[in-house]
Structures are given as C-alpha cells and as structure tokens.
Design a protein around this ligand. Structure first.
Ligand SMILES: *Cc1c(COP(=O)(O)O)cnc(C)c1O
Length: 230
C-alpha cells in the first residue's frame, strides 16, 4: 500500500470541491507537490500515484534529488528565494522558477539557460500584502518588469507567485486583480496564464480567487522535520 495514497486523494478531492463551489473546471488548477525536506523515496511513492510536478526550496537538497530521480519524468519547480549565485544551477536543472523578483535574476536565468533546452518557465514573486520581507517585488513594479522580462530569450514569463501572510486570504483577491490587470495590457495575453498561490492551509481561498497552481507540502507528505538539517 502506497503511504501517500489517502493524503493525495484527499487533496485532489479538496481541489475539486473548491472548484465546484466557484464553478471552476478542476483541470485549470495544477497540484504542485512540495517535497522539501522529504526524501527521494517519498517523491518516488508520490510519483507512483500519478504525481508529476514537484516543488523544492533548497538548491543543494533539490539537486541531490533531481540526480537520484533522473529515471522519472518529473517536472521540477523551484519555489524558494532565488539568490544571484544560484541562477546557473536553476537554469540548468529546473523546468520552472517561481521566485523571480528582480530583473537581474531573470537576465541571468535567460543567459544561463542552454540553447538546446526548452524555455525556462518563470513567475514573478510579488510581495502582494507588503510584508516585512525582502522577498518579492512590489505590486507597482510588476507592469514594468513584465515588459522587460518578456523580451528575454529562453524564458517564458507565465505569471505571478504570492505567499501572503497566514490569515491574510484577501491578499489572494489582490493578486488576482493584479494578474488580470497585467493580462489586459499584455502583448501576448495567452502566455500570461499562471497564478501560483495557495498552500495546505489556504488552498480553498486561493482557488476561489483564481489560483492555477497550488503548492502543497504538509497535506500531501505530512509535517516537515527540520531537526536533521536540510
Ligand atoms: C513550503 C512551501 C509550500 C508548502 O507549504 P505547506 O504549508 O506545507 O503546504 C508552498 N510554497 C512555498 C513557497 C513553500 O516554501
């Protein structure tokens, strides 16, 4: 018996119910399994259940797992904060990077992506509820960043990623409003298709507001144990 079968079915049911409540097609919401701190064996089990997209936050840990699991057809998403000196590895090993929040990061990912590789999918991380953190660009900077980054080769700028403070679900509505405003101005609106928001505790509210990728760790894999380091 697969140890994650019930948990994954439960999350899929929850996504479906959340979609039904707001009359959305469940096929428009992707489930990203956030596997940080969990071993490669857990990812293998989850993969066996049909899960194909996995999200990681810590570069070295992720690279080890990507190496260990290269026999599987996984779509790897980097959802952690992107430091300047990490872009080369990200450009080489990932399919998606959600945490782009400065032009220099996008420029580096663009120039470091191999010519023969598929375009790297990226999202702009936005500090939508003005938290005291250096992660994420300001909402008012998004329009200009989209214009500039959209011109860079080897990247597909797909949309926005947000991590609102807990109990701050109205921030999801603000993210959707910003997403729509950018889409209305976009030269190629069909390419602007991703709103990455919602985690284990708030996925219903995120889906109600229009999320297209929910990033779920705890509800799929159980609680994380950081005591052995990551
Ligand atoms: C860890 C993490 C998640 C998953 O959080 P859970 O509460 O375990 O579902 C989602 N997004 C980001 C950016 C994370 O760092």
């Amino acid at each position: 018996m697969n140890p994650f079968k019930d948990a994954r079915n439960h999350v899929i049911d929850q996504i479906q119910s959340a979609c039904t409540r707001v009359q959305r097609d469940p096929a428009t919401v992707e489930l990203l399994a956030v596997s940080k701190t969990h071993p490669s064996s857990a990812i293998r089990d989850m993969y066996e259940l049909g899960q194909r997209c996995f999200g990681e936050n810590y570069l070295q840990e992720a690279l080890d797992k990507i190496q260990a699991l290269k026999d599987l057809n996984i779509e790897w998403h980097f959802i952690g904060h992107v430091q300047r000196n990490k872009t080369k590895s990200l450009a080489e090993h990932f399919d998606w990077v959600h945490g782009v929040d400065r032009l220099i990061i996008a420029e580096r990912l663009s120039s470091q992506r191999a010519e023969h590789a598929a375009d790297l999918n990226i999202c702009l991380q936005v500090n939508i509820d003005h938290q005291q953190t250096k992660d994420g660009c300001q909402p008012e900077d998004v329009a200009e960043l989209v214009q500039t980054i959209s011109r860079l080769p080897k990247l597909k700028l797909r949309g926005i990623m947000v991590i609102p403070a807990p109990e701050h679900a109205e921030a999801f509505e603000a993210a959707k409003t910003l997403f729509d405003a950018v889409k209305a101005q976009h030269a190629h609106p069909e390419q602007w298709d991703t709103l990455s928001m919602g985690m284990s505790a708030d996925l219903d509210a995120a889906i109600a507001a229009g999320s297209t990728i929910v990033r779920i760790g705890t509800a799929l894999f159980g609680a994380r144990d950081y005591s052995h380091g990551v």
